[in-house]
Write a protein that binds this ligand. Sequence first.
Ligand code: C2E
Ligand code: MG
Ligand code: MG
Ligand code: MG
Length: 285
Amino acid sequence: AARDKGKHRYAFYLDSLTEGEKSSIAIQSQLYQAVDKDEFTVYYQPQVNLNTKEVEGLEALIRWNNQELGFISPGEFIPIAEESGWISTISNWMMEEVFKDIVGWEAEGINLHVAINISYRQIEESDFVENVMYLLNKTGCLADNITFEITESILMEDLDLALKVLTEIKALGIRISIDDFGIGYSSLSYLKKFPIDSLKIDRAFVKNIQEDKNDMAIVQAIMEMSKSLEMTVIAEGVETVQQIHILKELGCTAFQGFWFSRPVPKSELAINITHIYDEKLELIS
Ligand code: C2E
Ligand code: MG
Ligand code: MG
Ligand code: MG
């Protein structure tokens, strides 16, 4: 009977929650088992360079298909994983998977650089760098095949800690890229403190770049800034040839977006991946 009562209370508790809170509880409880149940997959999205006319890298993006909840987007579950602290477990799975893929491609004679998204919560973990080293050693993946994508907010959260951890990561040979760049509040002097290799222009600025003079001005400023900071720039979320033309005029040469390819599972990446966009590149050169 005690068990029934408990169940009742739980039902009552659920009734008093909003839909959003309910689903976040459901997501959280399913998240804890998702690695063991093998419910995650890595998708890859190519990053194309106009100068070399090659795929210069891939971004690894996690996908989750849960038995009960179905497909859940990372935009939905990553913040929940971050809040609960479970993100490190998920990210360790993700890194190992990506590192193994890179080693596998290497064995086929394909050298691919992969960018992995890293959350602030991971930077805070005292054993983060150790973990990364452990996974590199375990898989035999070389650090210079990896970029970590972090958001500007990571830098703002705890300057000293971020600087310490990123410097250690950089010393391993991993590159550092600032994701969703432009929507945060980083100033030039601020960015200079960190060992950053590249900036990813947020897709919010790419979306309406044809009509919006402000967006164009922001991208122009980012391009100028990157020159003085000696960082490379990649535009994310490019969906049209018109966007690419304008970005190109502004000096941007690296692109990632649906126009080239949606994120795809490893099995759908072509063997000759570095040259699959020759026809598309014709259109924009
Ligand atoms: P992000 O790192 O900024 O990744 C880019 C997002 O934009 C991806 O969404 C990608 O599918 C989407 N995208 C790419 N090209 C286009 C385009 O042309 N148009 C539009 N509309 N969208 C495009 P996704 O895969 O849903 O991931 C969303 C966010 O979730 C990521 O944003 C990242 O912050 C986070 N995330 C994804 N995988 C991981 C992961 O393994 N670890 C962590 N910590 N975060 C992840
Ligand atoms: Mg990213
Ligand atoms: Mg991004
Ligand atoms: Mg984003």
